[in-house]
Design a protein around this ligand. Structure first.
Ligand code: CMP
Length: 143
């Protein structure tokens, strides 16, 4: 079964949107298999955003993601990587459709509430950066 890494960013945590975000993925039918409220270190932020290290906004990205607690999660389900990206909406909330998380709640390209892995490779890499193997559970849901 496919897994993805999702993270409520500091703006989402500050605005009490953890429950809203979790609820959307629960209701869609995906399964939460790992979660933690945590403070991202500068070192972890730089690794997480490695692919953006040459972009002019890299410093801002690292500063923002380390500015307050984030809620890091691992979700499991069929096609969860692509479906979660659809549910999140476009990176820029002004372009994201209503009904998506960023369309409904995002304020700016930086303060866009949620991060989600964009491919199988990123999902594996990001899950590995934020979670130990034994932080990820495997359990049957009855409903
Ligand atoms: P995320 O999915 O976390 O991955 C990279 C992030 O870079 C993206 O969400 C945006 O929040 C952020 N980003 C993209 N473009 C810009 C920009 N021009 N200025 C600041 N942040 C940006």
């Amino acid at each position: 079964m496919e897994k993805t890494f999702l993270m409520v960013k500091p703006d989402g945590v500050q605005r009490n949107l953890i429950g809203e975000v979790v609820s959307r993925f629960e209701k869609k039918g995906f399964q939460l298999v790992g979660a933690k409220l945590m403070q991202v270190s500068k070192e972890l932020a730089e690794k997480h955003y490695e692919e953006h290290k040459d972009k002019p906004f890299f410093g801002e990205l690292v500063d923002f993601i380390t500015s307050g607690p984030v809620f890091a999660m691992v979700w499991e389900g069929e096609n969860v990587i692509a479906t979660a990206r659809q549910m999140m909406g476009k990176t820029n909330p002004q372009e994201a459709l209503g009904g998506t998380i960023r369309g409904d709640y995002g304020l700016s390209v930086g303060k866009n509430v949620i991060h989600g892995s964009d491919s199988k490779e990123s999902a594996e890499r990001e899950i590995g950066l934020f979670f130990n193997d034994d932080d990820i559970l495997s359990y049957e849901k009855d409903a």
